[in-house]
Write a protein of this length. Sequence first.
Length: 333
Amino acid sequence: MGRIEAHGWRPAAIVFFRTPESHLTASCISYAKRHSIKTFFDIDDLVFEPDLVDQIDGFQLLPESERATYIEGVRRYRAFLLETDAVIGSTKPLVAALAALGQPAYLVPNTFNRIQSEKAEVLRERKKAERDFLKIGYFSGSRTHNQDFAVAAPAILRLLEEFPSLRLLVVGELDLPSGFDSFSGRVERLDFMPYQKMQEELADCDINIAPLVIGNPFNEAKSELKWFEAALLAVPCVVSKTEPYEIAVADGTTGMLAASEAEWYEKLRMLIQDASLRQRIGEGARQAALSSWGQEALCAKLLDVLPLKDVSPSSQALPVNTDRKKSTGSFQD
């Protein structure tokens, strides 16, 4: 904060991404008010409602000694977002939850950056090695998705039994159900990894999955991130039929939507059996992601939200990182 004041920076807006209340944020808000700078709180998860923490799988896995600290962090997110002039969310359900707190709320979806898209293009053009098996990928990241994976687990177990050439890749932390012990030779486990390494592993998959517990408020607010990450690589994806995925994915054209164990089995089986369908859906998803989730689309939405249209090019501004949200750094979720 001292650096900002020393340089006398007067940005048109300050955007705080997933920032908890603190002495520093209080100073920033005070500075912004003194100089008529608009402030925005930006977030891409429903982690500002203390009453909903029991529905977050990761919270249930925390030791009792750490739960109070987590809830305090949620409270601090909520306290700070109420101090800003407006809030930005990455999905419609998230924006609705933010607006319910009485703040002006805007929708700006998650996106991918130039480094991601360029890396994806290189990987996409690289031919997969000839092999006699198909690989389903599940990229968990943090240890918060046991219940989510369980949504698709029965279908995957049936398919592993039905198709001896099928394999499963699990990246990140996940407690696999015991039924997978019988297929240990066909299940590959990889640890948490840097993002670009994750892209390489994802590009090597034939099918990607993004299961979520439908109806869970936390999950229903999650973004389309896992779908468009696979889409950039033209890897077809089967996703749970949450509201954001239902809006983003044209079922059978840019991905597959599943809302039951039977649908998970049916949609995955269709993709396993039909190489041309995998190719068609993968390419359809890639075109959709490039047109609606890239940096140009993001900039257009931001210009509708942030007070930047009338800013003089000579105006001083803070250096910014244009790689918004989860678009850089290590693979996580």
